[in-house]
Design a protein around this ligand. Structure first.
Ligand code: BES
Ligand code: MN
Ligand code: ZN
Length: 507
């Protein structure tokens, strides 16, 4: 999607030669002296236009307008949420029309959040997956002019939304691809080509290197598959080398059959989305490549399939993770935490300011929070607050969940340091408690996106979440601390680096 930003008042919008002019009208609309203003005012006064968010009034070849199609849309109070509702409704109503160029006009000054919400809603409404179709239908809408009274006031928001849109679409693309078109090897290639830009690097480890690192938990999941595993390391260097990076860890199970603890057949196809966390990391890097904020970010993706096979890991097998902790794999379907725990240990070498893992981890999180909010777990209050706020600001919502130690009771076993599952109760929390054992050396947060990464049913498809939340968070660090994130006080970080050097893993 091609977005451009322009300063446009309603008189200018009326003269704009475009296929469709969409005007967003707020509660308490105050008309100017131009004809379009008067038309809007009349429509409101006569009761034909309601300014409630999502209410529409459509006209064709309206007098005095250069555009053949006019769509007046109520945006209520003009908040980002209401703007999103409005633009989504507007896009649905012009979907069938042959609109290649559209102008989206804010009739009064609006905030940065409203502009971003509008752009993301346009992109969302017009996205179409085509990769594995023999006769793909191209996106009809090609260019969108975003018109605001004063474009200078929203240039940053505009650039951010454009980058997030590209990131979200990249995440959707990879998550939507079927597992035979999104193998660990193909994911690694996507990461590599993403890293061709300035300030980006990518390194890909294969089975031998992963074995050498001692990632016994990750390898146990991969061993039932013919597809070789990949461990992807992406780096974005936007700040000084001395600035501690934020590490993003994305679960990259390219297909989750459950392994020997095999899943039922119904809806198993949706387990191609089990690399939604990995896809969101790729999407974030796509946005970083555009925006070039002053932060350092590392992306880690443990990618493999979870398959049943003669060589597959069996319930009761005990494996040794990279951290040295032994794990009894009681259920091979709880594989996400196994690939993530080794990636978390690997993250230590970056002396990170914070580590955030993103994973389609548990069906229990879907039960707890549904498709509205991702589950947020965090060992640090500040990090939790920052991620929560980033979610609110980007309309990519999350909700904090508990991490009381009592939840870890069920992970105890007689045969290893820890089991990979506890009972059914509190499943999203016990999964997070498992991960927390591997995240003791840095500030850590975990986003369980099992309910939010994709939609099922007729609208089946990836959502691109939580790219918006993560980019918002990373940008907030870039602006608050020009020389890089300072989530951890300096003194604390020194001790951490020192302890890692003793362990001989500093880089
Ligand atoms: N990828 C699934 C989680 C999942 C299930 C996400 C359904 C979205 C919808 C994960 O690997 C898994 O299978 N988790 C198990 C854990 C259980 C065995 C403790 C689950 O949630 O059932
Ligand atoms: Mn599973
Ligand atoms: Zn899984």
């Amino acid at each position: 999607m091609n977005f451009e930003l322009a300063s446009l008042n309603l008189a200018g919008a009326a003269a704009d030669k475009t296929d469709a002019l969409v005007v967003l009208v707020r509660d308490g609309f105050k008309p100017g002296k131009d004809a379009l203003s008067r038309l809007i005012d009349d429509a409101i006064n006569m009761g034909d236009l309601d300014t409630k968010a999502g209410k529409l009034l459509q006209a064709w070849r309206a007098q005095g307008l250069a555009a053949p199609r006019l769509l007046l849309v109520g945006v209520g109070d003009g908040s980002p949420r209401q703007v999103r509702t409005a633009v989504t409704a507007a896009m649905a109503s012009i979907k069938a029309a042959p609109v290649k160029h559209m102008t989206l006009c804010f009739s009064v000054a609006c905030g940065a959040g409203a502009v971003r919400a509008a752009m993301l809603a346009v992109a969302e409404a017009t996205y179409a997956y085509t990769t594995t179709k023999s006769k793909p239908e191209a996106r009809k809408l090609q260019r969108v002019k975003v018109g605001v009274p004063d474009s200078a006031s929203v240039t940053t928001a505009f650039a951010q939304a454009r980058a997030v849109t590209a990131g979200v679409e990249m995440a959707k693309e990879w998550a939507n691809r079927p597992a035979n078109h999104a193998t660990p090897t193909l994911l690694a290639e996507a990461a590599r080509s993403l890293a061709k830009g300035a300030k980006l690097q990518c390194e890909v480890l294969g089975p031998r290197q992963v074995a050498k690192l001692g990632m016994g938990a990750f390898m146990a999941v991969a061993q039932g598959s013919e597809e070789p595993l990949r461990f992807i390391v992406l780096r974005y260097n936007g700040a000084a080398k001395s600035s501690a990076p934020v590490v993003l860890v994305g679960k990259g199970i390219t297909f989750d059959t459950g392994g020997i603890s095999i899943k039922p057949a119904a809806e198993m196809d949706e387990m191609k989305f089990d690399m939604g966390g990995a896809a969101s990391v790729l999407g974030v890097f796509r946005a970083l490549a555009d925006l070039k904020p002053q932060v350092n970010v590392v992306g880690l993706i443990p990618a493999c399939e979870n398959m049943p096979d003669g060589r597959a890991v069996k319930p009761g097998d005990v494996v040794t993770s990279m951290s040295g902790q032994t794990i009894e794999i009681l259920n091979t379907d709880a594989e996400g935490r196994l690939v993530l725990c080794d990636a978390l240990t690997y993250a230590e070498r970056f002396s990170p300011a914070a580590v955030i893992d993103i994973a389609t981890l548990t069906g229990a999180c879907v039960v707890a929070l549904g498709a509205v909010r991702s589950g947020l777990f965090a060992s640090s209050e500040a990090l939790s607050q920052a991620l929560f706020e980033a979610g609110e600001a980007s309309l990519d919502l999350c909700w904090r969940m508990p991490l009381d130690d009592d939840y870890a009771e069920g992970l105890k076993t007689n045969f290893a340091d820890v089991a990979n599952v506890a009972g059914r109760a509190g499943g999203a929390v016990t999964a997070a408690k498992f991960l927390q054992r591997f995240a003791g050396k840095f500030d850590w947060a975990h986003l369980d996106i099992a309910g939010t990464a994709w939609k099922g049913g007729a609208a089946k498809g990836a959502t691109g979440r939580p790219v918006g939340l993560l980019v918002e968070y990373l940008l907030s660090l870039g602006t608050k601390a020009p020389e890089g994130p300072k989530v951890i006080p300096k003194a604390a970080r020194k001790t951490r680096v020192a302890s890692r050097q003793v362990a001989g893993r500093a880089q």
